[in-house]
Ligand binder design. Structure first.
Ligand code: HEM
Length: 143
């Protein structure tokens, strides 16, 4: 029982950390607050690791209803599709923030010419993320 409890708890904690950090990242992008963008982005990365680790353990590690249940669940497939959409939206922000970090490490000012686009991508990620709990709840109840 303990691994299942831990898997569920980390999965829910990932939601709190993930939703909070991507929201703060968006506000910092609007405020051109680079230091806060990068700090929030670090927590967004931690949430992704928690989601994937606890999610895969729950789906395929025998902690919940078993792999066959999830692999044949349309809600699970939709949830994974939404998660993949977030990753696709995250490609440019991820590359950009890596470049910002190395520019700052060199003592240079990061290139902020794409702030408007990064802010829109961040908004889109929040929109998709807010859909997932609804699909996850449907998945957990056999929709
Ligand atoms: C690799 C990615 C992920 C996998 C493999 C995964 C897998 C799972 C599994 C197996 C469950 C348990 C369902 C059950 O009780 O039968 C679950 C529950 C849940 N997942 Fe995920 N998940 C992933 C990512 C996410 C993300 C990104 C979110 C963001 C919102 C999320 C939100 C939830 C929620 C809210 C529940 C609880 C549903 C409920 O009991 O009502 N998951 N997930």
């Amino acid at each position: 029982m303990l691994p299942a409890i831990a898997g569920s708890a980390f999965h829910l904690l990932a939601l709190g950390i993930g939703l909070g950090s991507v929201y703060v990242r968006g506000r910092a992008l609007r405020g051109q607050d680079i230091a806060t963008v990068l700090r929030a982005d670090m927590w967004w990365g931690i949430a992704a690791v928690l989601w994937i680790g606890s999610g895969l353990a729950r789906a395929f590690g025998g902690l919940e209803k078993g792999a066959a249940y999830y692999l044949t669940s349309h809600a699970f497939q939709l949830k994974m599709g939404l998660f993949a959409a977030i990753w696709a939206l995250e490609v440019l922000p991820m590359i950009t923030f890596i470049r910002w970090r190395s520019a700052r490490a060199r003592g240079e000012a990061p290139d902020t010419s794409r702030l408007a686009l990064l802010t829109r991508l961040n908004d889109a990620e929040i929109g998709v993320l807010l859909l997932i709990p609804f699909v996850a709840a449907a998945m957990a109840r056999g929709w």
